[in-house]
Design a protein around this ligand. Structure first.
Ligand code: NDP
Length: 487
């Protein structure tokens, strides 16, 4: 049984509760893990509090913290294959995709390891005679980190590495259905010699462990990636002690395709935008917005290619798309498409579960293209988190941008055109945290990631990803203290 990591010890749940972890490809039980609750969350928060308030981690030279984070990266690189296979077992995604994730994850640890000692603060030109003024960055304190099931370890790495680089202590709660790679990375952090109490892992449900992390007054910062409704609940709970807050709440991301775009590239990238990991990606390009005169040939080419996508086990080399994460999520995607049909969308391809007998034990849904869509449909507005792309049309540049912005979300978006001035005019008006010109879905540790509007608060990755985990302190010194006789 996989245990939790609290104050440097691997522990079972005090209740004795456990949870079976299911392979979404065939519903086999692949592991049993401890199922903690509020009690374990409180133990872990207390350990992190003690390690922050009385331990040395926050006061280590940043360079030494950076070395430890480099060690974690090296261990991830050493165990890349094991981690990738574990991630695929747990999520159903192809091992090839998981290998890419593991390389990205090691890269994230290396990036923040390097960042740790690069900013020693700033000297301010004081406007007051005989004084000095400087700004330093300090850790925020105890961080609660709550991660989702779609990119379990990648999302964890975006939170763990910067929190550690900045000198914080933390308690992480991964999604209850995909905890396996998180458990493994905590083993690696222990092996790397991160001091006891600095990193703590509590397994359990959002309603108990997650809610405790969000509300507990000993937690100084909460960082959450997941659904918008959960994000709102966390925001409310975090107000109890005015916690620092970082939220990544997903998106409904548009891809605008102009008629002058490179046709084959745009078709190919429209597929990349939405069918990796069966569309369970916060930045998935689920809204295709195509110039009217291009619509018919574009949809026809897209449908031809979508028909050829091979579904199956993530461990099979020929598989291009795995299952959805759970039975509940499959039902959600089925209902989402059915609603779209009722609203008037036309299924150009897919729109149902596959009938292949080999896939019946898994949570599979066919890659789907819905045409005749308009922005007032729920299928265009709601985040479906499945392999489903909707197609809308536009006739002018202004209309394309207006449609793209017509969403409560603002995470990411793309523009395909060979007219670079037109692309620049569009992206300048697109209200999203990331915009891609002639590409989709790209992210890397050096560039910030996060959303406008209801896609969230704050930015992970990049310099901003470290700053989220830092307080800023201004230190002023009077070099010639003497009475002012003001009173
Ligand atoms: P949730 O938002 O419910 O889950 C994300 C994390 O939050 C999990 O660890 C979950 O715990 C935890 N959580 C749940 N309730 C609470 C709470 N009250 N307080 C604190 N933490 C809590 O996402 P779902 O897994 O249910 O997915 C729902 C939808 O969210 C998806 O269909 C998709 O639209 C979106 N989503 C967006 C993601 C993104 O990257 N932005 C990622 C995943 C989902 P647990 O589940 O373990 O109980």
């Amino acid at each position: 049984m996989k245990a939790m990591f609290i104050n440097g010890e691997w522990v079972k749940a005090s209740s004795g509760d456990t949870r079976d972890i299911i392979n979404p490809y065939n519903q086999d039980v692949i592991a049993t893990v401890a199922e903690g609750n509020e009690k374990e969350a409180q133990f872990a928060i207390a350990a992190a509090r003690e390690a922050f308030d009385h331990g040395q981690w926050a006061h280590w030279p940043a360079r030494e913290r950076g070395k430890k984070i480099h060690s974690v990266a090296a261990l991830i690189e050493r165990d890349r294959e094991e981690l990738a296979e574990l991630e695929s077992l747990d999520t159903g995604k192809t091992v090839e995709e998981s290998r890419v994730d593991m390389d990205d994850i090691a890269g994230v640890f290396r990036y923040f390891a390097e960042m740790a000692d690069k900013d020693g603060g700033e000297i301010i030109d004081s406007p007051i005679s005989n004084s000095t003024s400087r700004v330093v960055h300090e850790p925020v304190g105890v961080c609660g980190q709550i991660t989702p099931w779609n990119y379990p370890l990648l999302q964890a790495s975006w939170k763990l590495a910067p929190a550690l680089a900045a000198g914080n202590t933390l308690v992480m709660k991964p999604s209850e259905i995909t905890p396996l790679t998180s458990v493994k990375v905590f083993e690696l952090m222990e092996e790397a010699g991160i001091p006891a109490g600095v990193v703590n892992l509590v397994l359990g449900s959002g309603g108990s462990v997650g809610a405790e992390l969000s509300a507990n007054d000993d937690v100084d910062l909460i960082s959450f990636t997941g659904g918008i409704e959960t994000g709102k609940r966390i925001m409310q709970a975090a107000s109890s002690n005015v916690k620092n807050l970082a939220l990544e709440l997903g998106g409904k991301n548009p891809t605008i395709v102009f008629a002058d775009a490179d046709f084959d590239t745009a078709v190919d990238q429209a597929m990349n935008a939405v069918f990796f990991h069966a569309g369970q990606i916060c930045s998935a390009g689920t809204r295709l917005i195509v110039e009217e005169r291009l619509h018919d040939p574009f949809v026809s080419a897209l449908v031809d290619r979508v028909k050829d996508i091979t579904l199956g086990s993530g461990f099979n080399e020929s598989t291009q798309m795995g299952p959805l994460i759970s039975k509940e999520h499959l039902t959600k995607v089925v209902n989402y498409v059915e609603n779209g049909k009722k609203e008037g969308a036309t299924v150009a391809v897919g729109g149902e579960k596959p009938d292949d007998p080999e896939l019946q034990n898994g949570f599979f849904y066919l890659p789907t293209v819905l045409t005749n869509c308009t922005t007032d449909m729920s299928v265009v507005q709601d985040e479906g988190f499945g392999p489903v792309i909707t197609v809308e049309t536009f006739s002018t540049e202004e209309e394309a941008v207006r449609l793209a912005n017509d969403s409560i979300y603002g995470l990411a978006g793309g523009v395909f055109t060979n007219d670079i001035a037109k692309a620049e005019r569009c992206v300048a008006k697109m209200r999203m945290g990331t915009v891609w010109i002639n590409d989709v879905n790209l992210y890397f540790p050096q560039a910030p990631w996060g959303g406008y509007k209801q896609s969230g608060i704050g930015r992970e990755l990049g310099k901003t990803g470290l700053e989220e985990y830092q307080e800023t302190k201004h230190i002023f010194q009077n070099l010639k203290p003497e009475p002012t006789h003001w009173f």
